[in-house]
Ligand binder design. Structure first.
Ligand SMILES: [Zn+2]
Length: 325
């Protein structure tokens, strides 16, 4: 293989472009109940959204993406997997007890079509989305055991694939190896040059979500190696964390009470009524997910979204020990 990433360099990436709108007057008075911070979205933002599965982008940021678009910005959504490794979903859709590899692949294609429909419902104009076709449920394994070509590539136990479809490889000869995924993400960042990146928090309890954080951090290391002046605003979202957000069914989305909000504190992002309506419509386009867990999607269809900024991070892949789930 002609490419070889040097991803073990440890790097510190300072959180940048801090834009907290804490109530200044309240802060000066030292009031204990100052308004929670909000996330600002500058006009012209170039937003990259890393979604482990189709639907994560809308769950986390269906409103934020609309705001970026309305502000004249550019959006790139990158789906790391097709969400095809979901036995319960495939059983429901195909009415089979033991889905075949072909049925898992078919389910992934269906979720891709739903993603396109969901983004259209958000009126995102000429937004670009990319499916990397990596293995649903297998991303964490790529950070360690299946990092490099020193051993055989990972093979999905669902689709039985060990690489993305050739037509969708951003880098020739990509296989299900961690260094290949890092390189594809780095390539996208280097070309798109996002001013803001949304990625799951490492504390997200879905292993693919946690792994997405590590891959993003590792890819940023690579990008900075060749573009030392590159800086971007890394923003975290969370989708899976204990019973959150279902312990509370109010109109607002409150952050997980047991999880601190990073260096920024949890930042609220209030949606307009129109944005909230479009987000709900977009979530409904994920019919395969509505069929098996509409209650889950509904939990995120509220009047705001929540985000946080990570502390400066030092990430080196591969990992010796699995730090996700
Ligand atoms: Zn997900």
């Amino acid at each position: 293989m002609h490419r070889r990433l040097i991803c073990s360099t440890v790097v510190s990436l300072a959180a940048s472009l801090v834009s907290l709108n804490v109530s200044a007057a309240a802060a000066r008075r030292g009031q204990p109940h100052a308004a929670p911070p909000t996330l600002s979205v500058p006009d012209g933002t170039r937003l990259l959204v890393l979604a482990p599965h189709p639907d994560d982008e809308v769950l986390a940021a269906g409103g934020l993406m609309q705001r970026v678009s309305e502000g004249g910005g550019a959006i790139r959504v990158v789906y790391l997997t097709d969400g095809d490794g979901y036995p319960e979903g495939v059983r429901f859709e195909d009415h089979v007890a033991s889905p075949t590899a072909a049925e898992y692949r078919g389910y992934g294609r269906r979720r891709r079509r739903e993603a396109a429909s969901a983004l259209a419902a958000l009126h995102l104009g000429d937004s670009i989305y990319t499916f990397l076709g990596f293995p649903d449920g297998g991303l964490a394994k790529l950070m360690g055991s299946y990092w490099s070509e020193r051993r055989v590539a990972y093979r999905s136990p669902y689709t039985r694939l060990d690489r993305p479809p050739r037509s969708e490889m951003l880098v020739a000869a990509t296989e299900y190896r961690g260094e290949d995924l890092t390189q594809e993400i780095a390539l996208i960042i280097g070309e798109f040059r996002p001013t803001m990146i949304l990625v799951p928090r490492r504390e997200d309890q879905h292993v693919d979500h946690c792994a997405a954080w590590f891959f993003l951090a590792d890819a940023l290391t690579d990008v900075r190696r060749v573009q030392p002046d590159f800086s971007t605003d890394v923003i975290n979202y969370i989708v899976h964390y204990d019973a959150w957000p279902f312990q509370d069914d109010g109109p607002r989305l409150e952050p997980p009470p047991a999880l601190a909000g990073g260096v920024s504190g949890w930042m609220r992002f209030p949606l307009t009524a129109a944005e909230a309506r479009a987000k709900r419509t977009a979530l409904g386009r994920y019919r395969t997910q509505v069929h098996v867990m509409s209650w889950f999607l509904d939990g995120f269809a509220r009047s705001n979204e929540v985000f946080s900024r990570p502390a400066p991070f030092r990430i080196a892949l591969p990992l010796r020990h699995n730090r996700c789930g």
